[in-house]
Design a protein around this ligand. Structure first.
Ligand SMILES: [Fe+2]
Length: 375
């Protein structure tokens, strides 16, 4: 990773700075929920907390050109061990071999986050990026489940007498469960030829809106907890922890939408072997299929550094719908056919963007296999 100015290094450093603090706090939360007789597990949690605190401090001094490789290596090693530790704790809880106050879903949740962190270190170091559409969908699938879990934890850790807040948290839980299901539907529908179809962009605007609402809810809850104005079992640090994750969710979405805006030309479906030849038959379905394969509507917008607001996404969606212009099909079919032919030639001359296909399992280097569960 010698390329100091590489945006992937910036991305990697941001991930490290964010997740190292999160990992440190996970170790603390696990420790607080362990039964007091589990002294060995408590000590291990304490060790992880100190280890991640040290790495977090180092991440503040590191820059893409200085010490990033070493920090990434050390962080990956620590997080792989932490995944094993979380797995051990989870297995004991779900087999009723250990009590305590850690919900099984909480341990599963923080293990998923650790796995995502490990995978991002690996793929950013290898330069394995997905296409912008795939990045967007994968981020939505991951974060929507995380947000739904947070809402459930809040609902179950508030004092039952706090009816209004419990009810609000349950509503967030339903909202994010539904959004998550829909994101998985998009993931399935667009698996073969990922592309930013208008309905995905409309859906993303809805996701951003819901993400902003839950972020504000968590910020308000953090404030109330800090000022002792609400009854619950939630430590203020946990409320702030989930608020920061909501911020990260929104930042990841903004980054994905920026990447989509800057995306060069759309890629052709991988199964095409020759350019489609259009005959002037007036067949509407041919025209529609051309529109689908040409998502140039995205590039009509100026490339800016500003993030996309829901309104921007709606406008982008509209520009998709307008693709096709004012020419009649008969007038433009020959012209389009030529453009498509050239486009396909270009696309197949150069390899497509490297696509990262998340692996379901990977090895920690010894004999212990870490199972990866993305969803
Ligand atoms: Fe979380």
């Amino acid at each position: 990773m010698g390329n100091v100015g590489c945006p992937l290094n910036e991305l990697l450093l941001n991930e490290l700075r964010f997740w190292l603090r999160i990992m440190k706090e996970h170790a603390l939360f696990i420790r607080l929920g362990l039964p007091c007789n589990e002294t060995r597990l408590i000590q291990m949690a304490q060790d992880f907390e100190s280890r991640f605190a040290e790495l977090e401090e180092k991440s503040k001094a590191v820059s893409p050109g200085r010490g990033l490789d070493q920090l990434a290596n050390d962080s990956l090693k620590a997080v792989l061990e932490f995944i094993q530790y979380k797995t051990l704790v989870l297995d004991r809880i779900i087999e009723c071999r250990m009590g305590g106050a850690n919900y099984p879903l909480l341990i599963d949740h923080i293990r998923r986050e650790a796995i995502r962190f490990a995978i991002n270190i690996i793929r950013f170091r290898r330069g394995e990026l997905m296409t912008p559409t795939e990045e967007l969908i994968q981020n939505e699938v991951f974060w929507l489940r995380i947000m739904a879990d947070h809402a459930k934890f809040i609902a179950h850790l508030l004092d039952p007498s706090e009816r209004k807040f419990v009810c609000q948290a349950e509503m967030f839980s339903d909202t994010f469960d539904n959004l998550r299901c829909q994101s998985e539907d998009f993931e399935s529908m667009l698996e073969i030829t990922p592309r930013p179809i208008p309905s995905l962009l409309r859906f993303t605007a809805e996701v951003k809106e819901a993400g902003t609402e839950i972020r504000n809810f968590k910020a308000a809850a953090t404030q109330l907890l800090t000022n002792c104005k609400i009854l619950s079992l939630i430590p203020p640090l946990l409320a702030d922890h989930v608020r920061r994750e909501a911020e990260k969710f929104l930042m990841d979405l903004d980054r994905d939408l920026r990447m989509l805006k800057q995306m060069p030309a759309p890629s052709a479906p991988p199964c095409a072997t020759s350019p489609p030849v259009l005959e002037n038959t007036g067949d509407v379905s041919q025209e529609e299929s051309l529109k689908k394969s040409d998502n140039t509507g995205l590039h009509e917008k100026e490339q800016g550094t500003e993030t996309l607001s829901p309104t921007d996404a709606e406008q982008t969606t509209e520009s998709f719908a307008e693709t096709g212009g004012s020419k009649t099909f008969a007038e433009s079919s020959a012209e389009i056919s030529e453009t498509v032919a050239e486009k396909l030639k270009e696309d197949f001359a150069a390899p497509l963007q490297p696509i990262y296909r998340p692996k379901k399992t990977f090895f920690t280097g010894n004999t212990t296999q870490v199972k990866i569960n993305f969803k």
